[in-house]
Ligand binder design. Structure first.
Ligand code: G4P
Length: 528
């Protein structure tokens, strides 16, 4: 195996999917701790601070923010190198959250054992499933009162249509939580709360039938034995290929707060999760160990320095090797860039990168020359499918305070849309601008940035729109559609035709009455 192939094969690039409060931040902390990237738990504070107030989030963002440094974290574990991508989960839930899932090879789904599958998890899983992303599940907070583990598995299967294969099983729960049983290895890990900082160092007991095993279970031995038989009878056998195809999820239990069960999880990532996967690109598939570099931009973080309109573009490398000073070809514009200051993100620092390979994420500082969906190569004209726009769920009409600034507004909105900060629509009828967002915090961001960067002051008014669909159709059918539905139609910033649905019934009826028209909830950005 040559070194590029080896280096690529040790990468594990993943994101965490969860509902707010399920324990993503706590778990992230413990993953970094086990990887040796931080020394003490309690250092991953950024998102927790941010979640409490909008103003903190904005201020932090401006002060060269937390969200940049916590967007990507690289850490080693065993002989693997992990790239963990943040999926903001609270008020700042936005398209970035969805797009991040286009840059990972697998995902970790965290579920609160007291709540089961929650709404945000469902939404994120919808996006992950579309790409057949392999999912590993962690059922968290076993140290608290929780639902019956079998009921939790059933919940996942019913709500997500994903077959579950438990690989560990809890011994008791809540106050009675005693530890975990490794269903394949026939081994117990004993839950001890005394030293939560020593995540991953757990006392082991071999064999459930052994004298030690039986002594550990004590009076609960018989009940556990029956449960064990039941689980073994019900669970399908573990097949790596089913997981890799996104059909089956291995399930682990634990308590992120005390770092318990986290080691098993990381081991599973090393053993099962895919290394960088080949990326479909037009007529061919780009292999991760191809020598020539390729990558695509899935996120842009703006406002690092408002004075300079500074931006950081996040590039997911798909093949080749980055070295400082090399020349990159931007497929969309045909321009060449000399890249000497790309950044990597190790735990919570940003450093100039000396080298990066497929699976790694590089940050490219730039002044607005790079867009979401841009593809970089060493000269090949390549187009990766896969950094989509998602139908917004929040809509506001923009009211400009000074009507003379409408041209600047249009320019600002266009640039913000290219960057993916929010989406903008120009209705076929009337002169309004409509902003569309995935999460409501995006409106605050848009208003603040229009004022700071374009000196345009505006406010927002609510609108009776529930969702948007990109319209696809041919000739006469499309003309009829446009004619009949004009009051509900708009153009997005790339001149794509969009139907803005006033309610779900209208959406269903419209689809029913116009079978020749496709109403799509995502739109792929093709960069080439
Ligand atoms: P998030 O990033 O997914 O939103 O969740 P976060 O890690 O912030 O956890 C949400 C709350 O759940 C936190 O409590 C956290 O301490 C708690 N928690 C996470 N994992 C576990 C666990 O395994 N067991 C128990 N018992 N609690 C857990 P909080 O009170 O909201 O915050 P804090 O005061 O602890 O910071």
């Amino acid at each position: 195996m040559d070194t590029l192939e080896r280096q690529t094969s040790i990468r594990r690039t993943f994101a965490i999917i969860s509902h707010p409060d399920a324990g993503k931040t706590t778990l992230t902390e413990k993953l970094l701790l086990l990887g040796g990237a931080i020394q003490l738990a309690g250092q991953v504070k950024g998102r927790r601070v941010r979640r409490h107030t909008h103003s903190d989030w904005m201020r932090l963002e401006r002060e060269r923010g937390i969200s940049v440094t916590t967007s990507v974290m690289q850490f080693p574990y065993r002989d693997c190198l992990f790239n963990l991508l943040d999926t903001p989960g609270h008020e700042d839930f936005s398209e970035d959250t969805y797009r991040t899932l286009s840059a990972v090879d697998s995902a970790l789904m965290v579920i609160d054992a007291a709540k089961g599958v929650e709404e945000r998890t469902l939404k994120l899983m919808e996006v992950a499933r579309r790409r057949q992303t392999p999912i590993i599940t962690f059922i968290n907070k076993l140290d608290r009162d929780s639902l019956d583990p079998l009921a939790l598995l059933d919940d996942i299967e019913r709500k997500l249509g994903l077959v579950t294969v438990p690989l560990t099983w809890p011994v008791g729960r809540g106050r009675e939580f005693r530890g975990l049983y490794d269903l394949r290895g026939d081994q117990f890990s004993v839950y001890e709360v005394e030293n939560p900082e020593r995540a991953g160092i757990e006392r082991q007991i071999e064999g459930w039938a052994s004298v030690e095993g039986q002594a550990f279970l004590g009076s609960g031995s018989r009940a556990f034995g029956e449960e064990r038989e039941l689980v073994r009878a019900l669970a399908p056998s573990w097949e790596l290929t089913d997981y890799r195809e996104g059909l089956v999820t291995p399930v682990f239990f634990g308590s992120a707060l005390s770092g318990f069960g986290v080691r098993q999880l990381l081991d599973a990532f090393c053993d099962f999760a895919p290394s960088p996967r080949p990326q479909p690109a037009g007529g061919r598939s780009v292999q991760p160990h191809e020598p020539a570099l390729t990558g695509f931009v899935f996120k842009i973080q703006a406002n690092l320095d408002p004075q300079h309109h500074d931006r950081m573009a996040f590039v997911r490398l798909c093949s080749g090797r980055y070295r400082p000073g090399m020349r990159w070809f931007q497929v969309r514009t045909g321009r060449e860039f000399k890249i000497s200051d790309a950044r990597t993100f190790f735990a919570n620092t940003r450093n100039p990168s000396e080298e990066a390979v497929a699976g790694d994420i590089l940050g490219l500082p730039n002044h607005g020359t790079i867009r979401i969906g841009d593809v970089f190569t060493e000269g090949e004209r390549l187009s990766f499918a896969g950094v989509p726009d998602f139908a917004p769920e929040w809509f506001r009409r923009i009211v400009l305070e000074d009507p003379l600034r409408s041209k600047t507004l249009a320019r600002g909105l266009g640039e913000l849309a290219e960057e993916g900060a929010a989406q903008f629509f120009r209705p076929l009828e009337g002169q309004d601008w409509i902003v569309g967002a995935i999460g409501p915090l995006q409106f605050d961001v848009v208003a603040a940035r229009l004022e700071d960067e374009y000196q345009v002051r505006c406010r927002f008014e609510s609108l009776p729109i529930v969702t948007a669909r990109w319209v696809a159709g041919e000739g006469g059918t499309l003309a009829v559609f446009k004619n009949q539905l004009a009051p509900y139609l708009a153009y997005d910033h790339l001149e794509g035709l969009v139907y803005l649905a006033p309610n779900r019934v209208h959406l269903d009826l419209t689809q029913e009455r116009h079978p020749g028209i496709r109403l799509e909830s995502t739109r792929e950005r093709i960069s080439a």
